[in-house]
Design a protein around this ligand. Structure first.
Ligand SMILES: C[S@@+](CC[C@H](N)C(=O)[O-])C[C@H]1O[C@@H](n2cnc3c(N)ncnc32)[C@H](O)[C@@H]1O
Length: 302
């Protein structure tokens, strides 16, 4: 069991946490956002917390509430991870468009594929028509943080999400990074439906990442329930792994599941896979060194 946090993401910082809030820096913009698990006192003095440009006030500590502003915030601003830029804006549900803790997953995936010699588009044309780039499937892909990072690294990413606005935002992130035109395939669909169709078609992927919510909806309104639907989805995903597959990563947040539950599920579904399975909590580390948990993960690597 591991506590996983990113190594290098200087544009983002968890400055402090306490009394139901996080104090975070997103580029220059400092925000106070509620997080109901934060039941301990703050460590930084009130003057530091007052530097927040905006505070998301929510009676429940959840994502229903509203922003209150101490100073004007740009409608859009950008954040950089390695050479990849993301478009940020305040959403009415306390989010900014990026889950910063995901940078730990991005770093892990980049390490898994770092030995692979990527062929960029122009070179691909010279390889007797055979595209040698790694094929990655990103399920529940949201605004495409992982999509942009992997496409920038030279992979071809199939990006699946059931929300049109999320895909539009992901597309804006893709354009911001001048990625090769054929590096992302956009799929507006239910993740389960799409994966089952891919199994029937005999498609294969060299890496799969999924970050399903506790509850979600397909474009046609069918409900996604983490505990009920994940086992079937995972089993189907294992069938999509190519013989040269490098990784499969399941991330979970706001579920009543545990990292061990994900680990057990992955051990069973992946019993024929060679390699390593590990699990843990995906964390953010604040300036003082304290870690806060933002979710759970289980992952397999070849
Ligand atoms: C919070 S996001 C995941 C965050 C993402 N991994 C990231 O770091 O940017 C969950 C996403 O799942 C999508 N979603 C919910 N139900 C879905 C379904 N049945 N099929 C596909 N996507 C779904 C939502 O639209 C949302 O974009």
């Amino acid at each position: 069991m591991q506590l996983e946090t990113f190594k290098h993401f200087p544009d983002f910082e968890l400055l402090d946490s306490g009394e139901g809030f996080r104090l975070e820096r997103w580029g220059e913009v400092i925000l106070q956002r509620p997080d109901p698990q934060i039941i301990w006192p703050r460590s930084l003095p009130a003057e530091e917390w007052q530097k927040a440009w905006a505070i998301f006030q929510s009676p429940s500590g959840g994502d229903k509430g509203k922003w209150e502003f101490n100073q004007a915030i740009p409608k859009l601003w950008t954040l950089k991870f390695n050479e990849v830029r993301f478009l940020l804006k305040l959403s009415p549900f306390k989010h900014t468009g990026i889950f910063a803790e995901q940078a730990a997953n991005w770093e892990w995936m980049l390490e898994r594929i770092s030995n692979f010699k990527f062929l960029i588009s122009n070179e691909t044309a010279n390889t007797k028509g055979k595209d040698q780039r790694l094929k990655i499937l990103n399920l529940f892909a949201y605004t495409g943080g992982a999509t942009a990072v992997l496409a920038k690294a030279g992979a071809v990413v199939t990006h699946v999400d059931a929300s049109k606005p999320a895909i539009t935002w992901a597309n804006e992130n893709y354009k911001l990074n001048n990625l090769p035109t054929d590096s992302v395939r956009w799929i507006f669909d239910d993740a389960v439906k799409f994966v089952n169709r891919e199994v029937k078609r005999g498609s294969l992927y060299d890496g799969i990442i999924m970050d399903p919510p506790a509850f979600g909806h397909s474009p046609t309104g069918k409900t996604w329930k983490f505990n009920e639907d994940l086992p079937g989805l995972l089993e189907a995903c294992i069938k999509l792994l190519s013989p040269n597959a490098k990784f499969l990563l399941i991330n979970g947040y706001a579920t009543n599941s545990s990292a061990l539950a994900l680990n057990n599920l992955l051990e069973d579904a992946g019993k024929n896979l060679d390699g390593k399975i590990e699990c843990g909590e995906l964390c953010l580390k604040q300036k003082s060194g304290r870690m806060i948990s933002t979710g759970i993960f289980a992952r397999w690597s070849a």
